[in-house]
Design a binder for this molecule. Structure first.
Ligand code: HEC
Ligand code: HEC
Ligand code: HEC
Ligand code: HEC
Ligand code: HEC
Ligand code: HEC
Ligand code: HEC
Ligand code: HEC
Ligand code: HEC
Ligand code: HEC
Length: 318
């Protein structure tokens, strides 16, 4: 019951009763007459022709044409709630589930009435978006979508830039993923509907970053050669995640690296201050074999070429 203001208690009772009746006659239950509170989508055409006439292209039209759809989930009234009273009183915003009058929470509930089972949105109520009152209708437009696929109000990146404008500049840096050019998009890495806490990077918030197969980082969907598993893993990649060395959106540095010179990327961890490694010394590079005064040693990946993990060498030399 998503529209409490519009539905007198009696209709709620009626709906419950009719639901029981439907359950009792499972085959071919023509539900068009199941509740007197509903007018049916045809009744809406006369007064809302603009909305009604382009609705046949909408994926939600399905619910209106399937014969066995329960009346409270069919067509216009599937979202706007029972409309008989609205029709009888010749319209008005108070007699119908009007999204313009709903709080973000009510709009969310109206959509989740049907979409809550979708696994992709299993975590929607805990997502950063929902908690900041950014709900379905902030990104989706049912009647004026940019495209009938996914029903977004604008091209996806533009929907997101509407609120995350600072991110646009990151995708214009010299080294970048080509999102602004349209080759990929935010949802290749993010799930705007919320993510489950990942088992990698456990200590940090997941930033709505999506997970790929087997709960791995979204990056692996495309960079499959980095997936492993490798005989010799680089803990930085496997545990801390790709973002410990790369800026995922874009960077002024080559290869999306966080720092201009590779050695400074490495020395962020391999500086002797950490307590990781077999000798618990942070695996410093100040050994006799690594003479930092020798410029040859500064470009670490000329020798440690398999920096993302190796099947042949414990120090990633090949
Ligand atoms: C007799 C004409 C008439 C019929 C039939 C009718 N409406 Fe309306 N509807 C109106 C009027 C008038 C308004 C108020 C518009 C306003 O105040 O801007 C309205 C408002 C609405 C709104 C609120 C829009 C908003 O501001 O958010 C929705 C939703 C709506 N109608 C849906 C329906 C649906 C669904 C049906 C079919 C069950 C339907 N209407 C049938 C006349 C009608
Ligand atoms: C999937 C849910 C859904 C269905 C189905 C749906 N609507 Fe809507 N409707 C909305 C939402 C959400 C809004 C608020 C504006 C928006 O996001 O596009 C809205 C807005 C409206 C409005 C007011 C704004 C406008 O664009 O004029 C009217 C009138 C309306 N709907 C009528 C209808 C009619 C008639 C049908 C059936 C042909 C229908 N709706 C089917 C979700 C739905
Ligand atoms: C009455 C049940 C119902 C309600 C309420 C409902 N939807 Fe849907 N929605 C559906 C069905 C059924 C489909 C079609 C699914 C399919 O094609 O597999 C659909 C499809 C969609 C799609 C397109 C999916 C695609 O693959 O492109 C989007 C986006 C969507 N709904 C968003 C919303 C939003 C936002 C709301 C709330 C304003 C809403 N829905 C309310 C039943 C509903
Ligand atoms: C922050 C923006 C945002 C919010 C809030 C949002 N969505 Fe989406 N939604 C998207 C984007 C972007 C896509 C397209 C994903 C793609 O194309 O891969 C999408 C896709 C979908 C789809 C179709 C594809 C799929 O994942 O099954 C459905 C259905 C859907 N959304 C429903 C909803 C519902 C219901 C809500 C509210 C409970 C909601 N969305 C809230 C941005 C949003
Ligand atoms: C290549 C994968 C990828 C793409 C594409 C991507 N993101 Fe991200 N984004 C990430 C990762 C990974 C993080 C987490 C960074 C971290 O933890 O340091 C992140 C963080 C964020 C953050 C929070 C941190 C910040 O920088 O403010 C926002 C907001 C964000 N992304 C928005 C977007 C938007 C909007 C788009 C599309 C225009 C987008 N992202 C596309 C991977 C991506
Ligand atoms: C209506 C405004 C709005 C829209 C549209 C929107 N967001 Fe957000 N987004 C927010 C708010 C508010 C937050 C929560 C505050 C915060 O953490 O920055 C947030 C949080 C996020 C975060 C987590 C940031 C963090 O620091 O953990 C990511 C990632 C993100 N949004 C990506 C997206 C993507 C991708 C889209 C497009 C599909 C999108 N947003 C659309 C307003 C919006
Ligand atoms: C949807 C596929 C896709 C996803 C997901 C993805 N990438 Fe990429 N990535 C690409 C493509 C394609 C390129 C090639 C650059 C271009 O577009 O010109 C690229 C380039 C890169 C580069 C630079 C390579 C070079 O030679 O300059 C790095 C580093 C990178 N990605 C890291 C990541 C990280 C880290 C993530 C996860 C946060 C990620 N990618 C997620 C497709 C993807
Ligand atoms: C320990 C730091 C570090 C981590 C963590 C890391 N990378 Fe890299 N990555 C590098 C360095 C350094 C280079 C540049 C190598 C060069 O130019 O010699 C690079 C280059 C790349 C390239 C372009 C060259 C190539 O090998 O294809 C891609 C793509 C890439 N990384 C993706 C990823 C992905 C995806 C992850 C997470 C699974 C990741 N990286 C994690 C340090 C790292
Ligand atoms: C985010 C922190 C971090 C960054 C950045 C980092 N590493 Fe590591 N590295 C580690 C950790 C943790 C280990 C695992 C030590 C262990 O075996 O317990 C490791 C292991 C190694 C090893 C194998 C050491 C051994 O004895 O098995 C090499 C070689 C190495 N890193 C080189 C590099 C290079 C080159 C870079 C820069 C491209 C780099 N690392 C960047 C954290 C990091
Ligand atoms: C000229 C080739 C070369 C360059 C350049 C180089 N290394 Fe090495 N590195 C080696 C070799 C060979 C080993 C294995 C033998 C050893 O332990 O000295 C090694 C071992 C390591 C180890 C493991 C040490 C241990 O105690 O287990 C780490 C960590 C490491 N290098 C990090 C780096 C970092 C960080 C850089 C850049 C500042 C770098 N290396 C540059 C050749 C190189």
């Amino acid at each position: 019951m998503s529209f409490p203001r519009a539905i007198p208690l009696i209709f709620s009772l009626l709906a419950v009763l009719s639901a029981c009746r439907l359950a009792a006659q499972p085959t071919g239950a023509k539900s068009a007459t199941a509740s007197d509170a509903y007018a049916g989508s045809n009744a809406c055409r006369t007064c809302h022709p603009n909305v009604a006439l382009q609705f046949f292209r909408n994926p939600h039209n399905k619910t209106g044409v399937l014969a066995n759809t329960p009346v409270d989930k069919a067509g216009c009234e599937g979202c706007h709630g029972p409309g008989k009273k609205h029709v009888d009183t010749k319209g008005g915003k108070d007699s119908i589930g009007a999204f313009s009058q709903m709080t973000p929470g009510q709009a969310l509930d109206a959509c989740l009435r049907c979409h809550s089972k979708d696994q992709n949105r299993a975590n929607i109520r805990l997502s950063n978006h929902t908690q900041a009152n950014v709900v379905c209708t902030s990104c989706h437009s049912i009647h004026q979508p940019e495209s009938n696929r996914s029903l977004l109000s604008k091209r996806q990146a533009d929907v997101c830039y509407g609120c995350h404008n600072d991110v646009r500049a990151q995708f214009s840096l010299p080294s970048k993923h080509r999102v602004n050019e349209g080759f990929m998009t935010c949802s290749d890495c993010h799930n705007p509907h919320g993510t489950n806490a990942a088992t990698w990077k456990m200590g940090r918030r997941p930033h709505l970053v999506d997970t790929g197969l087997n709960n791995e980082q979204a990056c692996m969907k495309c960079h499959v050669d980095k997936r492993g598993p490798f005989l010799y893993e680089h803990a930085a990649v496997r545990v801390d995640g790709c973002e410990s060395c790369h800026s995922p959106h874009g960077s002024v540095n080559a290869r999306l690296l966080k720092r201009p010179v590779i050695l400074t990327v490495c020395l962020e961890c391999h500086n002797g201050a950490g307590s990781f490694g077999r000798q618990a010394d942070g695996v410093t590079t100040q050994s006799a074999s690594h003479n930092m005064a020798d410029p040859r040693y500064r470009n670490c990946t000329t020798c440690h070429v398999r920096i993302h993990g190796s099947n042949a060498d414990r120090t990633f030399l090949r």
